[in-house]
Design a protein around this ligand. Sequence first.
Ligand SMILES: [Zn+2]
Length: 251
Amino acid sequence: MGEGGVLVEWDWWTVDFGDAHAGAVGVLVGGGEPGPVYFDVGSGSYVPSTRHWSAYDGRYRRPRAEALRAVCACGWRGAAEYPMDWATIGDRPLYEADVDLTGPLADWTAHLSVVREATVPLPEPLAVLLIEMAGRLNAAAEDAPLAALRAAGVLERIASRVGREAVGALCDDSPSAEAVATGLGTTYSKALVTTSALLAFGFAGADCARKRVVSPAARTLRAAGDTVSMSCTDFAGPDHEQGGAFDHDWC
Ligand SMILES: [Zn+2]
């Protein structure tokens, strides 16, 4: 995940919330968040940098972390600060110093609980199925990787289509992007732009607009009392281009 070209390495990630609520150990220096650490790799225009907590070790003129706290990609910051015990750490690199990160991790986990609490609940049988499917796919990835890849492709196409259909159905309620973001446990901007779970609200805008436009051909068919069932490649995108006929009532 980039932030002004700086690589941000997240320490914790869940399939539930993805990049919207990726968590990391944050660093405090002088009461604030320091800028990225740059690595001097000699000449050349590319200077690698990082914000990973373990880079703030005070060596080679880098800033030295005074305290750690949990941070989340959504902007949330843990209230608790965990002072660094440099007397014990000594001159060791931080990644070798066995620093206790259970405090920040617990804080971030608690933050996720709050986020999860506000999301729309999954129907129990569906939640159980998702967990079981994840387990089976993980096992297949080890035992039968090619079959796992095929299954992953099927899932992607199902998810893409279901996402579009759900967005279409959501149009009738016209929920705000904020409501969608909260219900999905994602951020407002991700609800608008990226989240693949809802391909998301970016599609909804276009879909809702088109839903009100009934093509002349459809109007003629309807007038004749026919069921409107026609290809809608112009509307639905690549996953519908393989000759499917769909019963979208707005086609
Ligand atoms: Zn978050």
